[in-house]
Design a protein around this ligand. Sequence first.
Ligand code: ADP
Length: 509
Amino acid sequence: MHEPNIKRILLVEDEIAHAELIRRSFETEADRFHLTIAYTLRDAEGWLERETFDLVFTDFLLPDGNGIDLIRTVKGEPLYPVIMLTSHGNEQIAVETLKAGAVDYVVKSDQTFREMPSIARRTLREWDHILSRRRAEAELRESEQRFRIMLEFASEGILLIDQDYRVLMVNRYVEQVSGYSRDQLLGKPLSKLLPEVERIGELYPGDDLLQETPIHRSRRAIELEAMHIDQTRFPVELSLTPMTIGGERLLMCFLFDITERKQLEEQRLYTQALELELSKERELIELRDRFTSMISHEFRAPLSIIASSVQMIINYHDRLSKENVLERLQGITVQVHEMVALLNDVLEVSRNNVQQPDFKPAPLDIVAFCRKHLENVLLIDEQRHDFTFHADGQWIIMADPRLLEHIFVNLLTNAMKYSPEDTTITITLSESDGYVRIQVKDEGIGIPAEDQPHLFKAFYRARNAAQAHGTGLGLAIVRRNVELHGGSISFESVEGKGSTFTVSLPMPG
Ligand code: ADP
C-alpha cells in the first residue's frame, strides 16, 4: 500500500547511468514521490498492468521496443501522463510522441535529470487540470445529452426558430405529427409547417416579442392550423418562449397536436346540440299535451253550455218566454266572449313565439295606475277578500298601459282565484336600486315546490289548481310583458300558506 499523497512514478530507462541519476534526483523527495524503475519495455508493461502510476517517464528507444508503446489512450485522451525522454537533436521524435499522446518531452541532460522532480510536480499539476477539465466536459456532455433526449422525446413539439422565423431545430414529435423529416424543415421558413405564422404576434400583442425576456410571463397559447406534408391541415396549440442563445435572440416554440381534443370538443358540441333539440322536442310535446288538456277543459265547458242553451231554445222556444230566450241568448254571448278571450290569449302566446307584440311605453304614474285597476278588480271580487294597498312613494315610469294592465290584473285575479274567501291580499309598491317593485301577496293555496320551476311555461298549471278555471297562459304573458319593459318577475310560495309575486320595473335613467 502506498500513501495516497505520495505520487507513483514509473521510470523506463535502459541506460543504467541515466536511471541512476534520475533516481538520485528523486531521493530528496521521498515523501512526495515513489519511483519505480523499469529497464525494458516488457518490464514497464508488466508494471503498468499490475499497478497504477501517476506519471511515466520513458526513454524513446528501448532495447525491446519503443517508449511510444507505453502511451495508453481512450478516445484519443491519454489515460495517464507520459513524458518522453529523448536525446539531444531528436526533436522530430519528440513531436511524434506528442502526437501519439505524450504530455511532454524532456531532452536528456545532467541538468534535466536534476530537474526531474520539479518537472514531475509541474506535469502532475497540469495533469490535474486536464483531468478536472475532462470531468467537467464529460459532465457537460452528459447533461447536454440528457437535455437533448428530453427535447427529442418530449410529448410535445419543440422548435427553435430565429428572428426571421427560420427553423433551427425540431424534435421527433414535430416530425411525427407533420410527416416532414427533420431535414425537410431545418433552415426552412416556419410557414412551411405553420401557414398562419403571422398569428404568432397574437401571443404577445402590442410588444416586440424578440426584445423582451418574458420570464415573468405565464405561457400563453393560441390555436392555429399546421400543415402536414400531405398538405392536409391539422389543429395545433402553440406557445412561445423567447430566449438568447449565444448572443442571438431566438424563439422556442412549443407545439401540440390538438386534433383529438378538437374532435372531442366537436363531439361534445354535437351531443349538446342534439340534447338541446331533444329537450326542445320534449318541451313541444309537453306544450302540446298541456294545450290539449287546457282546450278540452276550458273549451268544453262553455261549448256544452252553449250547446245545451241552443238545444233548449230549439226544443222549447214555443214554451219559453221571450225573456227566458233572451236570457239564454245572453248566456251564450257571455260564453262566446269568454272563448274569444281565451283564444286571444292562446294567439298572443303563440304569436309571441314568432313576433314581439307592440310595445308603446309612455310616462305613467304607477301608483295611480295600480289604484285605478285595483278598483275594477274589487268590483269583480264582490268583497270575498280583504285588499290592502301600500305605496310609500310616487313614481313615474315608462310603461305600456295595455301590457301593464295585463300584468297587474293577472296577478290580482290569480291571488283571488287561488285564495279562500276572507283572506287578505296585500299590494305593496316600493322602490329600490332604480326599480319600482309591485308585490302581490296572498294567503291562498300556494304552489307545490315541484311545480314552481315550470310556472311561467305556457299552459302550465300547478297540480293543486284544478279547483279554479284557468288556461295556464296568464303568467306566461305576464312574464313576457314584464321583460318587454326591461323588468323581471319572481315569486315565493309555500303550498297551503300563500304566495307572493314580485314584479320589478326599471325607473327611467
Ligand atoms: P291560470 O289561468 O291557470 O291561472 P296562470 O298562468 O295565471 O294560469 O298561472 C299558472 C299557474 O300558476 C296556475 O294554474 C296556478 O297553478 C299557479 N298560480 C298562479 N298564481 C297563483 C297564486 N297566486 N296562488 C297559487 N297558485 C298560483
